[in-house]
Design a protein around this ligand. Structure first.
Ligand SMILES: O=C(O)C(=O)C[C@]1(C(=O)O)C=C[C@@H](O)C=C1
Length: 440
C-alpha cells in the first residue's frame, strides 16, 4: 500500500487557515492528579524505591481531599469538573463548523466551491500568531478535514462545538497546548483495525490529559464521481484504518483495484472530487459524499456492522475524578529492568495489583520504549540476549477517586521504573447502536 504523493489532503484550495497565538492565558485548576509522573530515581539512589508507597499514598490522600472539596462545574462533554468554555481567552478566528447536516451537492463540479467554504486543516507550518478573544463555543481539534469520522466524534463528544480540522494528529495536540483549541478528540482504537499506535506514542510525548472517551459506530461508503460505475475503478483510496476495516467487502464486491493509503477518509473523498478522478473511489462517510459532491456506489462496506472506533478527549487540565458514575483510568508504565521484578514477572505483578482488587482491565497495549528499545543481557556461556523494552498502556475500570485504584497504583509503582496517569474520566455509557449511515 502506497501513500499518495503529494498528499491529497494538501491538494485542496490554497490559502490555508491562519491561526493565531493567545494574547492572554487563564490560570486553571493547579492540581494535577491525573498527571502524576513517578520516576523511582526521584525517591532513592539508583532508582531504588524508598518509602514510595507512603509517598504515593500521601499523594492519593491529597487527591481524595481535593475530590471532596471540589465544587467545580463540569465542562460540556467532560462529565467532570473541568474548565468552563467561556474561561478560555484565546481564539483562532476561523469560521464555525456547527456539524449540522450539510445540504447535498449534486455534481462534482460543485465540489470545488463547496470545498472552498470549508475550514482548512491546521498544519505544522501554520502561523500561530496572537488571536483575539473568542466567544463561549468550545473549540475542538481533530485530525482530518470536514466529513472525517473524527469530526463526527468531536460533535458527539461536545455537541455544538466548533470543530477545528488539523492535518496531523501532532497538530491537534499542539492546537490544545497552544490554546488554539480547548480540546482534541483523537482515535485510539477500532474494533476491526485495532490500535492507532501513533496516538499512543503522542499521548506519552505530550502533556495533555484524557478527560473523556467517546465510541463512534463507523459506517463506511464507497464514493465516486457522479456517473462513475464500479467497473471503471482501478484504485480505492482512504485512511489505512478504513481500508483495513473494509478489506473483505472490497474483495467480495469483485473490484479489481489497488488500495492506497491517505491521511484521512474525508480527505480521500475531497481528493477524488477536486482532481476529478474517474478511475478512483474513496472510502469515507455519507457526510463526506454530501460535502464533496460524490455519489455513494456502495453503502455500509465495513466488514462488520458493529464497527466502532474509540476516541479520547484531551485537555490541558485533568478533570477531578468522581465516584458517582462509571469511570475509566488510563496509565502508561515501564517495568523495572533490573533486580528481582524484571521482565514478564514484573508485568505479571503489575497486572495482579488490579486483579487482586477486582479491577477490570479494558485494554492493554505495548509500544517500543523510545529511549531504550533494546536491553542487552550478556551471558558468557551462551551469548547475548537482546530483550525488547516496552511502554505498557493500560486502561482499567475504576476512578482515581476510589481507594482501590489508588492502592493498586501504589503497588504498581513498586514494579515500575516509570508510571504516569494519562487520565481518569467518565466511561462512554451511551446506548449501543450498530453503525448506520445517518450517524455520520
Ligand atoms: O479518516 C478519518 O475519517 C478519521 O477520522 C480517522 C479514523 C482513524 O484514524 O481510525 C477514524 C475512524 C475510522 O476508524 C477511520 C479512520
Amino acid at each position: 500500500m502506497q501513500a499518495l504523493s503529494p498528499s491529497p489532503t494538501t491538494t485542496g484550495t490554497p490559502n490555508p487557515l491562519r491561526t493565531r497565538q493567545p494574547t492572554t492565558t487563564t490560570t486553571r485548576l493547579s492540581f494535577h492528579p491525573s498527571q502524576l509522573t513517578i520516576r523511582c530515581s526521584a525517591f532513592g539512589r539508583n532508582g531504588a524505591v524508598s518509602g514510595t508507597r507512603a509517598d504515593w499514598q500521601s499523594s492519593c490522600a491529597i487527591l481524595a481531599s481535593k475530590v471532596l472539596s471540589s465544587q467545580q462545574t463540569p465542562a460540556a462533554g467532560d462529565g467532570g469538573a473541568g474548565e468552563k468554555p467561556d474561561e478560555i481567552t484565546t481564539v483562532n478566528g476561523h469560521k464555525t463548523l456547527n456539524l449540522l447536516p450539510i445540504v447535498s451537492t449534486a455534481a462534482a463540479t460543485a465540489a470545488a466551491t463547496t470545498t472552498n467554504n470549508l475550514p482548512k486543516p491546521l498544519s505544522l507550518s501554520t502561523d500561530f500568531s496572537p488571536a483575539p478573544m473568542h466567544g463561549s463555543t468550545l473549540r475542538v481539534a481533530y485530525q482530518g478535514v470536514p466529513g472525517a469520522y473524527s469530526e463526527a466524534a468531536a460533535g458527539k463528544a461536545y455537541p455544538g462545538c466548533e470543530a477545528i480540522p488539523c492535518d496531523q494528529f501532532e497538530v491537534a495536540f499542539q492546537a490544545v497546548e497552544l490554546w488554539i483549541a480547548d480540546r482534541a478528540v483523537l482515535p485510539v482504537e477500532n474494533s476491526l483495525g485495532g490500535s492507532i499506535h501513533r496516538n499512543y506514542d503522542l499521548l506519552l510525548r505530550h502533556r495533555l490529559h484524557i478527560v473523556g472517551e467517546v465510541q463512534l459506530p463507523v459506517h463506511h461508503c464507497l464514493l465516486a464521481l457522479p456517473g462513475v460505475r464500479k467497473e471503471y475503478l482501478t484504485r480505492v483510496i482512504s485512511h489505512p484504518q478504513a481500508l483495513a476495516q473494509c478489506e473483505h467487502t472490497l474483495t467480495k464486491l469483485g473490484l479489481n483495484v489497488t488500495r492506497e493509503a491517505v491521511d484521512d477518509t474525508a480527505g480521500a473523498a475531497e481528493y477524488v472530487a477536486t482532481q476529478s478522478l474517474r478511475d478512483t473511489a474513496a472510502i469515507a462517510s455519507a457526510r463526506a459524499a454530501d460535502l464533496y459532491g460524490l455519489q455513494i456506489l456502495a453503502d455500509g462496506i465495513q466488514d462488520d456492522s458493529g464497527n466502532v472506533t474509540r476516541f479520547v478527549m484531551l485537555a490541558r487540565e485533568p478533570i477531578i475524578p468522581r465516584t458517582d458514575r462509571p469511570f475509566k483510568t488510563s496509565i502508561v508504565f515501564a517495568t523495572h529492568d533490573n533486580g528481582e521484578g524484571k521482565g514478564t514477572s514484573s508485568l505479571f505483578k503489575v497486572l495482579s495489583a488490579f486483579a487482586f482488587r477486582n479491577i477490570s482491565l479494558t485494554k492493554i497495549e505495548s509500544r517500543p520504549h523510545r529511549h531504550r528499545p533494546i536491553r542487552l543481557v550478556d551471558d558468557a556461556n551462551v551469548g547475548t540476549a537482546k530483550h525488547f523494552e516496552y511502554m505498557f498502556y493500560v486502561d482499567f475500570e475504576a476512578s482515581m477517586a476510589e481507594p482501590r485504584a489508588q492502592n493498586a497504583l501504589a503497588e504498581v509503582q513498586e514494579f515500575t521504573s516509570f508510571l504516569r496517569v494519562l487520565g481518569s474520566y467518565p466511561m462512554d455509557m451511551s446506548p449501543w447502536s450498530p453503525s448506520r449511515s445517518d450517524d455520520q
